[in-house]
Design a protein around this ligand. Structure first.
Ligand SMILES: O=C1O[C@H](COP(=O)(O)O)[C@@H](O)[C@H](O)[C@H]1O
Length: 240
């Protein structure tokens, strides 16, 4: 695990953008495309905007395919839809054509949306293993990542797939990559800001004994690739 801690969020974002650009260009050089899984929530917005403006000439965006590691069960025009934030912050500004964007279709029932997303991914990968070049992840202050929430049934799902899950504490369904699917990625990066995440960061990274039922981000342990944590000093403040 690589642990990178930055004094300010802007330093962190600059470095994370450089990390993404490097992986994107390497992936395009190696297999002529970059399969990039976006994270939702609030944390990545400034990063997406930065990639679409300051660094827009650093990547051949015609070769980038965008996916979502999790989605909220709301309509695509709802402010909470992860795809909408990404659409506004990076996809529309870069004029990414629809064929390069894999939104989760939340007009369907959650189970059906997950089935359709699995089908779309299998088709994109031509039936080969679903190995993404880069998966970006956030983390909630309850240590959830993607939509792998504490004490939910999906934590026991050992399949490499997208699934739906009912999250009791939010009284809602989510659609999410399972941990085994995330762990197949070539590269995984966590982006975590702010003091409210400090306790969860410590529990996930420094607990002597793993307890993924309570701290689901502990399930992220890639098979072949690496995981890099991009933290600001507030999020890292409780680490030894
Ligand atoms: O619900 C979600 O939360 C996490 C963390 O979001 P943040 O707003 O605290 O950055 C996010 O990674 C996930 O994609 C999202 O659906």
């Amino acid at each position: 695990m690589n642990l990178l801690i930055y004094k300010t969020q802007s330093e962190l974002l600059e470095d994370l953008a450089a990390y993404i650009i490097k992986i994107a260009n390497k992936s395009i050089e190696e297999h002529d495309r970059f399969n990039f899984v976006l994270t939702g929530g609030n944390s990545p917005k400034a990063l997406y905007e930065m990639l679409a403006t300051t660094y827009k000439d650093k990547i051949d965006w015609t070769k980038v395919f965008f996916f979502f590691g999790d989605e909220r069960n709301v309509m695509p025009d709802h402010e909470s839809y992860n795809g909408l934030m990404a659409k506004r912050a990076i996809l529309d500004p870069l004029n990414i054509p629809a064929k390069q964007i894999f939104y989760v279709d939340t007009t369907l029932a959650p189970e059906k949306a997950a089935i359709e997303y699995n089908k779309a991914l299998t088709k994109h990968f031509n039936g080969a293993d679903l190995v993404f070049d880069l998966i970006l992840l956030g983390m909630g202050d309850d240590a959830h990542t993607a939509s792998l929430f504490p004490e939910t049934t999906i934590l026991n799902n050992e399949n490499v797939e997208i699934d739906s899950v009912f999250v009791e504490k939010l009284s809602t369904y989510r659609i999410t990559f399972t941990a085994p699917l995330i762990n197949k990625a070539k590269n995984i990066a966590f982006l975590v800001f702010g003091e409210s995440k400090a306790k969860a960061v410590k529990q996930v990274i420094e607990s002597d004994k793993k307890n993924p039922k309570l701290y689901p981000a502990q399930l992220i342990d890639p098979i072949d690739g690496g995981v890099t944590w991009f933290l600001d000093s507030a999020a890292a403040s409780l680490l030894n």
